[in-house]
Structures are given as structure tokens and as C-alpha cells.
Design a protein around this ligand. Structure first.
Ligand SMILES: [Cu+2]
Length: 125
């Protein structure tokens, strides 16, 4: 019995490791993509603490990093930043686009993964 429990534990651990692996690919959206907002990063801050996205549509979001400090735009489903939705590329002094897969209306959360204090709310409606 103990051996079975141990095996189950190992399987659960393996599943958790896969789910948490940074290389786990974000869902690739299918279907049309609409153009979305530009988010500016400067002085180790995002210019806005709210991003609005249309509900139920794949959206291209633009990160405009206007300084040499590295930033990305990472969108999560929870305020604890554990449910990855769209993790953008980390860039310095550069603009980069990312396609955020369609989300239902509601509140989501964004941050820079390099500087977790750079964060805000994503309002999907
Ligand atoms: Cu940053």
C-alpha cells in the first residue's frame, strides 16, 4: 500500500513539474487576431496600471520598452501570478508584440516578470 501511495505521489509530482515548467508553451491562439493596446514601460514602471482587452478575441498587445532596463509583459489569470496566460519576450529599449489568446470577460493581472513590482490589472470586457 505504501508503495502504491509513493508511486502516486511521484506521478503527482511529475505532473506538477510539467505544469510549472517555464518551457511549458503558452496556448497558441487559433482564428483571427485583433489589434490591441500598446503598453509603455519606462523608469521601471508601466505607464498605466490597467490594460483593457476585448473579450473572446485573440489580441495583439504591444510592449514599448523605452529604456535599457529589461522588461516583459506577462499576463496571468490570478493575482498570485501562477496561471500563465501570455508571457511576452523580455526586451530592452525595444518594441515587441505578443498575441494574447481570447479570454472571457473578467479581471486578469499583468506584471513584468523581471520586476514583479511593475504590475496592474487586465480588464477584459
Ligand atoms: Cu521590468
Amino acid at each position: 500500500m505504501q508503495r502504491i501511495l509513493l508511486s502516486l505521489g511521484l506521478v503527482a509530482l511529475a505532473a506538477i513539474s510539467v505544469a510549472c515548467s517555464p518551457s511549458a508553451a503558452a496556448p497558441v491562439p487559433s482564428g483571427p487576431v485583433v489589434d490591441g493596446p500598446t503598453v509603455v514601460a519606462k523608469d521601471v514602471k508601466f505607464a498605466s496600471t490597467t490594460i483593457e482587452l476585448p473579450a473572446d478575441k485573440n489580441v495583439t498587445v504591444h510592449l514599448d520598452n523605452q529604456e535599457s532596463a529589461p522588461h516583459n509583459l506577462a499576463i496571468y489569470g490570478d493575482s498570485g501570478f501562477s496561471q500563465k496566460i501570455s508571457i511576452g519576450e523580455i526586451v530592452s529599449a525595444k518594441k515587441v508584440d505578443q498575441v494574447v489568446p481570447a479570454q472571457k470577460a473578467g479581471s486578469y493581472f499583468f506584471r513584468c516578470d523581471v520586476h514583479p513590482d511593475m504590475k496592474g490589472e487586465v480588464v477584459v470586457k
